[in-house]
Design a protein around this ligand. Structure first.
Ligand SMILES: C[S@@+](CC[C@H](N)C(=O)[O-])C[C@H]1O[C@@H](n2cnc3c(N)ncnc32)[C@H](O)[C@@H]1O
Length: 293
């Protein structure tokens, strides 16, 4: 069966995708469930997309229809949450995406932090919504290089978290097809990746030194956070784009609580804190600095 065309009106209701029809009440339940647990706002215009993406999940679970899926979510909301979120959100990412953020780290922030903390200080960066790991590993590359240059003995770590179990599995494996290394310079490719051979031909594996620096953990940004901080920087890029204003506001206030005084928050290219928090000053392109309370 070919994919149905995108429709914006109620006629979508009766359109089956891969044999499954997402009726009004099941769609309404999914919208409120996804908003409550993932902060993502799904409108009527997303019904077709949700139906198509979740049809695959229904088949994988061998369910008879969306009513059975809704029942599963009602009975055990937590266990299916990651899979549901993965199905409806995008994991698109890349190494050194939005390079200007890395330039700021390399040229200004890391040298300053490492100097200030050189006598045994602690440096913490959080990649919140790390997807398949390209962002935290790129951060680890510039951090490892800065540590080497400075010769300082700072206790430096990167925390990488996401909601999607598949994305986290991929990040933990740390093996990337060569065509996903587009943003990585030749020098960094040979320094920080191990070329696969035999069965691993065509793959590049992340260097163990970078793995040491990065801790990968499941975390829903809307739920409780086990870590206490403080963080020197939080990267939350291209994550809040589907969140509504109250959800973003709450999240930015929580980030402010966890950041060190003068700590930095990096957002994605189409995201902004405008009108959402008084705790930060805009100090660069989608770069915010927590000011003194
Ligand atoms: C487009 S990717 C961004 C990856 C990376 N930060 C970047 O900019 O390239 C968005 C990620 O946010 C994650 N995400 C969305 N909602 C989330 C939530 N409530 N808690 C944790 N992660 C979430 C998704 O699973 C996805 O991997």
């Amino acid at each position: 069966m070919s994919a149905p065309t995108m429709l914006d009106d109620a006629s979508v209701t009766s359109t089956a995708v891969n044999g499954f029809t997402l009726g009004d009440s099941d769609f309404a339940f999914l919208c409120s469930f996804v908003y409550k647990h993932c902060g993502i706002v799904l409108g009527e215009h997303k019904r077709q997309l949700v139906q198509g993406r979740l049809a695959r999940r229904l088949r994988a679970l061998k369910l008879s229809g969306f009513d059975a899926y809704v029942e599963l979510l009602r009975c055990d909301p937590q266990s299916e949450l990651g899979e549901l979120a993965s199905a409806i959100s995008t994991n698109v990412t890349s190494f050194f995406r939005e390079m200007h953020h890395y330039d700021l780290l390399i040229d200004e922030l890391l040298p300053r932090w490492l100097e200030a903390k050189r006598n045994g200080g602690r440096l913490r960066i959080w990649s919140a919504g790390c997807s398949t790991g390209e962002e935290p590993y790129a951060l680890a590359m510039v951090l490892a290089e800065a540590l080497e240059r400075s010769g300082s003995r700072v206790d430096a770590r990167i925390l990488a978290t996401d909601l999607s179990p598949q994305a986290l599995d991929f990040a933990r494996r740390g093996e990337y097809p060569l065509d996903r290394l587009g943003g990585v310079s030749e020098a960094r490719r040979s320094r920080w990746f191990l070329r696969g051979e035999g069965a691993y031909e065509g793959l590049a594996r992340i260097h163990p030194r970078l793995r040491e620096l990065v801790s990968i953990q499941p975390l829903n940004l809307l739920h409780g956070w086990p870590m206490r901080g403080p963080f020197d920087a939080i990267f939350c890029r291209n994550v809040v784009i589907y969140f509504d204003k109250p959800t973003k506001h709450k999240l930015f206030e929580r980030y402010a609580d966890l950041l060190d005084q003068g700590g930095y928050l990096f957002l994605g290219h189409s995201e902004s804190m405008y009108g959402l928090s008084d705790a930060f000053d805009l100090v660069g392109r989608t770069v915010y600095r927590k000011h003194a309370a």
